[in-house]
Design a protein around this ligand. Structure first.
Ligand code: ZN
Length: 273
């Protein structure tokens, strides 16, 4: 009881604009990171856009509106700006070093696909890009996300990747080293917006957590949901596998905000600068 009272007093003693929990957790303004920007305490939620795309806005601690902006890996350090109700608001993006990773694949087709597979890849990319651009009005159930599997992190987000010596797209998500068949759980509530079986990603599930916060889970051995299913937080959506371009069973988890792939480690409190 005494502890609770002390905590209340401490909270009252803080200045009105002290950073809240979500801001402290998520504000990592680097390429592939997140910028959290204060939007004031107005009556209505400001409408925010970044690079022309709608941005997640919530009221933190019931007091102030904040914009939670995903920063693409391709953004160079320096000034960036959002538009909040048409008004420009600048923020600064710092630098982050991303390491290289060299992977050997026995299947050369997964490094330099045939023209027929390139057509398939292009089609699949368009389908997945459209899923990332969706923006539903619901507010995410939680922004400190649950780990989708219990297991150690393996390949981090943002690695610059070389397959058989050839540079390809950087690692757009976070890998967990867990065995085939491990159940994958929704890290927050959401709606299943896309299921596929893709050349690179294998069996894949997209979950829309609301306001542009979207998860993608790849290389599954089995999918246990269907499109338009509403998943409560923690619901099982499939099992870990090694389908698509994978050197062995693991879970690959992408997290997207305003159509920017960001480091999921931020959202589970495991960001390392
Ligand atoms: Zn991965």
């Amino acid at each position: 009881m005494r502890l609770v009272c002390l905590f209340t007093l401490l909270c009252l003693a803080l200045p009105a604009q002290a950073e809240g929990f979500i801001t402290r957790l998520l504000n990592k303004p680097v390429p592939g990171g997140v910028a959290v920007l204060d939007l004031g305490d107005g009556q209505d939620a400001p409408q925010v856009r970044y690079q022309g795309k709608p941005v997640l806005v919530i009221k933190e601690d019931g007091r102030r509106w904040i914009a939670i902006v995903g920063i693409p890996l391709t953004v160079a350090p320096g000034e960036q700006r959002i538009e909040a109700d048409g008004r420009a608001l600048n923020f600064r993006v710092g630098a982050r070093h991303y390491r290289e990773q060299r992977i050997t694949l026995n299947n050369q087709e997964q490094v330099n696909p045939s023209p027929a597979n390139l057509k398939r890849i292009e089609r699949e990319l368009a389908e997945q890009s459209a899923a990332y651009r969706q923006f539903s009005p619901r507010q995410p159930s939680n922004l400190l996300l649950d780990k989708p599997v219990d297991g150690p992190l393996s390949s981090p987000f943002g690695l610059r990747r070389f397959f058989n010596g050839e540079e390809r797209n950087p690692h757009s998500g976070l890998d967990f080293a867990v065995g085939a068949g491990t159940p994958i759980k929704a890290p927050a509530a959401g709606r299943v917006i896309l299921i596929g079986d893709y050349f690179f990603n294998g069996k894949t599930v997209f979950v829309d957590h609301g306001q542009g916060l979207i998860s993608m889970f790849c290389h599954l051995s089995a999918v246990s949901v269907k499109p338009a299913d509403e998943l409560p937080r923690g619901a099982v959506l499939g099992k870990v596998g090694a389908t698509g371009r994978a050197t062995g069973p693991h879970l690959h988890w992408n997290l997207s905000l305003n159509d920017a792939r960001v480091d999921p480690a931020i959202f589970i409190g495991q960001f390392r600068p």
